[in-house]
Design a protein around this ligand. Sequence first.
Ligand code: AMP
Length: 112
Amino acid sequence: MTIFTKIINREIPADIVYEDDLCLAFKDINPKAPVHILLIPKRKIPTMDDLVQEDKEIMGHLILKASDIARQQGLAQDGYRIVINNRENAGQEVFHIHIHILGGRKMSWPPG
Ligand code: AMP
């Protein structure tokens, strides 16, 4: 079980900003930008490499919700970044797929 399952199950606390039947969004405990939200499916999908056809709906749902949450957080006008770190080279630490929503400051490209 990952720490994100524990957050879904309310076994450990999190600052939740959005929830529905399919997903949960909460503030990153170690924010990398003034706004840093993590958006996760409630069903555990460890990595991008575990996605199957049936995940089209949940992944589409997550992208639409990422856009809603960014708007709610006041990021839409100035812009923001969404990130999925996948496996070791990208620095994935929690093996429950998650979208980072980062905003509130100017970001550089390419990423480090
Ligand atoms: P990643 O490196 O893409 O796997 O991102 C994992 C993220 O989860 C990191 O940005 C961590 O700061 C964040 N994180 C780890 N534990 C918690 C927690 N208990 N509550 C909120 N965010 C967490």
